[in-house]
Design a protein around this ligand. Sequence first.
Ligand SMILES: Nc1nc2c(ncn2[C@@H]2O[C@H](COP(=O)(O)OP(=O)(O)OP(=O)(O)O)[C@@H](O)[C@H]2O)c(=O)[nH]1
Ligand SMILES: [Mg+2]
Length: 446
Amino acid sequence: MYRLLRFQDERLCVDVQAVALLRSLPKKVTLVGVAGVARSGKSSLINLLLPEDTPSEELFCTGDSSESCTAGMWMSARPVTIGDHQVLLIDSEGLATGNTTHHPGMLCVLSMICTVLMINEMRQINVTSLTNLETLTAARDMMRGDSGAHWPALCFVVRDHRLKLPEGLAGTTPESYDLEERVLKPQSDRHDEVRQTIRECFTLREMVTLTTPSDAELDAFPRLEEGKFKKSFTKLKEVLESLLEAKSRDSCTFDGPMLADLIENLVKDLNGAGVVDIPSLTQVVHEKRCQKECQFQFKTYETAMVLESGTQIPAAGLLSSLPGKAIDWTKIDETHQRESELALDRYDQAIHSLKPDAREKFRKDLQKDMQHLLDGVKESARQIHKARIQAAERRDGEALDEARDASDATWAPSRCAPPPQGFAGLNRGSVRMVCEVVTDPPLEQG
Ligand SMILES: Nc1nc2c(ncn2[C@@H]2O[C@H](COP(=O)(O)OP(=O)(O)OP(=O)(O)O)[C@@H](O)[C@H]2O)c(=O)[nH]1
Ligand SMILES: [Mg+2]
């Protein structure tokens, strides 16, 4: 596993290795995190979600002593499969322990990056739990322009649970009764604010109870022995799966690099102004993704165009063997037409779930850059023909006429756009590259 975040010199620090791991995951990846008070079995819980054959060095650190074990935030070394989802698991430092100044910031990061957040509690959620969860209200207060849409689904996991449902509540599950009636219903006391935070931020929420593991079961962790505990844990996995399913249906999907950008920018904002402006943060992340897709699609288009123009436009080294072969402009135009449409289609498909204004901005840039590349190809052909005529002039009249004929047949200035005036800002240098391909080696004299 990797340390994702630590608190040092009054600042949250993102770990480069964890970010590099995220950047190496080009596919959609979902984060499931755990938070809760110290020494409540959070790391043990998250270890149970890892595959049974996980090497011990990839397990989250757990401890038996009364001292806190996990510091900062940690991330599993590789994604695990939960239902149809590739999930990276995030463990976090216990709330209400030691220096707590960074806990709201840490919860803010967890809430922003996770699709499902588990809040782990021992035995029951009581007023002490609610007091500890006031950190959530502080985290919410750090977010500006918060529409609530980015909050994860919440799964309260109550460990060593023994409480029974009151009589006469047929049709209600103990979990939903406990959560909605006992925990979240306003009581006109000082905990109403945190109850309201939970209700407003986590519109999708569930509670799962785990039985007390026997000593043998606990000793076997993170392996699950057949028995009551395993049964209750299987129920937790099912609930996680359904929350992941529901949450990823209504929110935009992130790949590893987007999550890396999100975390880096989040932490920068929290260390700077101490607040996060959600609309501008998401805009930055979406724009970066669109820009990357735009650059990728441009490269594919460029490769096709360089290939086509390489066969159509003779290299300048061949100018001495005048007259040159006529250039088939139709072929170049057709290639541009076909490849640019394909590039735009692929671009649209790859980022369809992102913000429309970010998509549109880079779509326009992609169109502009592809047009500029076409113009560059044509301009470079114009230069070659000019050089051909000059070379012929230095030889004799007959060759000059031949060159002019060839030039007239192949070079129709009216069909060509003026020389490119520069790129939209994405792919500077690409025209130069095409020009180099078609004019290399340097023009011969005489
Ligand atoms: N009773 C009980 N103990 C558990 C359970 N799961 C884990 N433990 C024990 O709880 C202790 C603490 O476990 P950790 O997983 O390190 O707890 P944590 O919440 O990650 O602790 P910090 O990182 O220090 O906040 C260990 O001794 C575990 O064996 C459980 O379901 N019930
Ligand atoms: Mg821990």
